[in-house]
Ligand binder design. Structure first.
Ligand code: GLN
Length: 546
């Protein structure tokens, strides 16, 4: 029997509902339960794939090729449960499904309405494909009171009724702001937010109250009284120094105990969860034995959500090596001037990383950063766009192909990186054209890759075949492979049919690896990705040299 936990948020956005859901998932797992996490997003895009990283932060890609909200990344990192297409839905997708059904005639005769047709479609999504999962955690995006979230709230209200208290729980996350002039944490916004939820028929049973300092007992009592919630179910959620401490803090505050009590699982609530691995992760983050500096040369560096998984994966590499990883986010355009001192910002870096990216702006600066890393023997990690720029740099500097470029930036006589129009997925050939729709048409999701015997990556992975997640439209052009290899760039990972370059490396360089996929999406604090572990180890070696 699957129990459903719905997590809503109020007062302000960005309170960390996604993290709260992920941390609760980890706590339930630590008590031996199986979990799945899902997210309902209120916006009208069918998926976040077409949104700018400035708007929405990173697009998280699943094994089955869905472009999803970045919160799904938190879910996977905290629970290790691989997310699927069926774990993230938007208002846009719900409506486009409902309208497609209407056109097919599936509702023939009926007036199609938000209630019941849209709400039914939402309920179907929430309850689908959960067989033998103990707990389904479902986060509702946005803030209570938004016009867009109303159909979602109505759908989960109905589900609460249908499933009954023993199978459904509503958790609400709010903020207690500190007002310096009053010297108090204020409870009024929380009261209003709960009233807003009650006005759509939802009574939360647990409140998570974010604050930057301890909640006094009187405030807890007051919130319980005014919000119609047992005092012990008003859970303080203090700011944490690392996100990986959140499960431990929640447990201390009694969150998982209250969840189990709600479901009548009192005996399980009294047993202690197995939190050893979380203690160990937090210990390593808080007391590292050294520190390395990694320069991340990108374009969206003023919005760190755009590189969420990347920053986490680098932290995981630090956990594996017992060092703190300091990230220096650098706008790539600064390396385009060629002025004296332009590269000073890279001087202290023990590793340089060029992450995924799109479009021409800043590309030459990234190529310049690759060149710096290659020539000065600084560990270099290129991810997706960062791999493509590394290959262009090698073509220009090592093969003398001065016009080498990517057709992403317009027509070029030397398309070292070109539009991918056809590729193999399982037994199928997928085809795309230049004029195709932009949404959901990239090479997406997990693909196999064969590693060359004797290569650096073969050694790093300790395996001959790997499977990693992709999200790109362009691809390194196989026609240049031989020339590049003769010049010293090794194609050490290829698609199984041998057509698509997946990994390049430079033998003899301390650490120079470019990958066409996104390894950061699969890294976890308790299972750091081998490429990040190895890259940070190389940075540690580098830090002893400089
Ligand atoms: N813009 C490049 C492409 O579409 C790289 C994409 C990425 O880095 N995710 O191929």
């Amino acid at each position: 029997m699957t129990r459903f936990i719905f997590i809503t948020g109020g007062v302000v956005s960005s309170l960390g509902k996604g993290l709260a859901a992920a941390a609760l998932g980890a706590l339930l797992q630590a008590r031996g339960f199986s979990v799945r996490l899902r997210k309902l997003d209120p916006y009208l895009n069918v998926d976040p794939g077409t949104m700018s990283p400035y708007q929405h932060g990173e697009v998280y890609v699943t094994d089955d090729g869905a472009e999803t909200d970045l919160d799904l990344g938190h879910y996977e990192r905290f629970t290790g449960v691989a997310s699927r297409q069926s774990d993230n839905i938007t208002t846009g997708r719900i409506y486009s499904n409902v309208i497609a059904k209407e056109r097919r005639g599936d509702y023939l005769g009926a007036t199609v309405q938000v209630i019941p047709h849209v709400t039914d479609a939402i309920k179907e999504f929430v309850t689908a494909d959960v067989a033998d999962t103990d707990f389904l955690l479902c986060e509702i995006g946005g803030t209570v009171g938004d016009i867009e979230s109303l159909p979602f709230l109505e759908a989960i209200r109905q589900l609460g009724n249908e499933l009954g208290r023993e199978r459904a729980l509503f958790v609400h996350l709010t903020l207690l702001p500190w007002i310096p002039s009053a010297g108090e944490l204020k409870t009024k916004p929380t009261q209003h937010s709960v009233q807003e939820l009650q006005s759509v028929g939802i009574q939360p049973s647990i409140l998570l109250c974010r604050s930057d300092r301890d909640m006094p007992a009187a405030a807890r009592r007051k919130i319980g009284l005014f919000c119609n919630i047992r005092e012990e179910a008003v859970i303080p959620a203090l700011d944490a120094s690392t996100i990986y401490e959140v499960p431990l803090q929640y447990h201390e505050a009694g969150f998982d105990r209250e969840v189990l009590r709600h479901f009548g699982l009192a005996p399980q609530a009294e047993r202690a969860p197995e939190l050893g691995r979380w203690h160990e992760i937090v210990r390593r983050i808080k007391s590292p034995e050294g520190e390395v500096q990694i320069a991340v040369v990108g374009k969206y560096t003023n919005l760190l959500d755009a590189y969420k998984s990347l920053a986490e994966a680098l932290t995981h590499g630090g956990i594996a090596n017992n060092v703190r990883v300091r990230l220096n986010w650098l706008e790539s355009e600064q390396f385009e001037s060629g002025a004296p001192g332009a590269f000073d910002a890279l001087d202290g870096a023990h590793g340089i990383l060029v992450p995924g990216g799109f479009g021409e702006r800043g590309a030459e600066g990234k190529i310049a950063a690759v060149r710096y890393a290659r020539e000065r023997q600084v560990p270099y990690f290129g991810i997706c766009f960062g791999m493509q720029m590394a290959v262009i740099e090698a073509a220009r500097s090592l093969c003398g192909i001065s016009m080498a470029n990517s057709s992403e930036f317009g027509p070029t006589p030397e398309p070292i990186v070109g539009l991918l129009t056809e590729w193999v997925r399982g037994n199928m050939v997928e085809r795309r054209g230049n004029e195709d729709n932009k949404g959901g048409t990239m090479r997406l999701g997990a693909y196999d890759c064969l590693l060359k015997p004797g290569s650096h990556v073969r050694d790093i992975y300790g395996a001959a075949t790997i499977r990693e997640r992709h999200r790109h439209r362009y691809e390194v052009n196989i026609n240049y492979k031989e020339r590049l290899e003769r010049a010293g760039l090794s194609f050490s990972g290829m698609s199984p049919d041998g057509d698509l370059p997946e990994i390049v490396e430079i033998p003899g360089h301390p650490w120079f690896v470019g990958v066409q996929f996104h390894p950061e999406l699969k890294s976890k604090p308790f299972d750091p990705h081998p490429l990040f572990t190895s890259f940070i180890r190389a940075a540690v070696v580098q830090s002893r040299l400089v």
